[in-house]
Design a protein around this ligand. Structure first.
Ligand code: DLZ
Length: 158
């Protein structure tokens, strides 16, 4: 599971289908915006690199990562949207709050994906501290927004 073992930032662009007519919803949580903005930029850059048209990328924000599930569902239910990319950062605190959020989001996004039969990417960065999050938002461990977008593109090519 470790980032060092599998880094989707290094995927091969040519192995995916044509994305020029696909529509993507991106849902971004507003906690830790310095990090979620970097994730969002990574996701958008990746979609554009794969030929997605800028006007076919719909960016939406939710208050915190816990709300990613409902945000994803509200977008996924639209027949015009082909895939949803969810981005957030949950940093461990003194309590188990992070555990509850992370599990709820993982479960919730899986449910939405299966309910609507659409890729719903889990771009939730879950870390012990801020530095680990920065490392995964354009730092030494790549950009998890890029990976989440690549995963959505990959699944649309399935
Ligand atoms: C409450 C909370 C806490 C403690 N930590 C985070 C976090 O690290 N990252 C994040 O995206 N959201 C956090 N939240 C907010 C919750 O996700 C949610 O928005 C609130 O509990 C309201 O439902």
């Amino acid at each position: 599971m470790a980032t060092a073992l599998k880094n989707l930032n290094e995927y091969s662009k040519n192995s995916f289908a044509d994305m020029s007519e696909k529509r993507f919803g991106i849902v971004v949580a507003e906690w830790h915006t310095e990090i979620t903005n970097a994730l969002s930029n990574g996701a958008i850059e990746t979609l554009l690199k794969h030929g997605v048209q800028r006007e076919n990328i719909y960016l939406n924000t939710v208050p915190g990562s816990f709300e990613l599930t409902l945000g994803a569902q509200l977008i996924a239910q639209s027949e015009e949207i082909d895939a949803v990319i969810c981005l957030g950062v949950v940093i461990k605190g003194d309590t188990k709050h992070d555990d509850y959020i992370n599990h709820a989001v993982a479960q919730g996004l899986t449910t939405v994906s299966l309910k609507y039969n659409k890729p719903v990417s889990f771009g939730l960065v879950t870390t012990n501290d801020l530095q680990q999050a920065l490392d995964r938002a354009g730092g030494k461990h790549g950009n998890k927004g890029t990976e989440a977008a690549a995963a959505a593109i990959h699944m649309l090519s399935f």
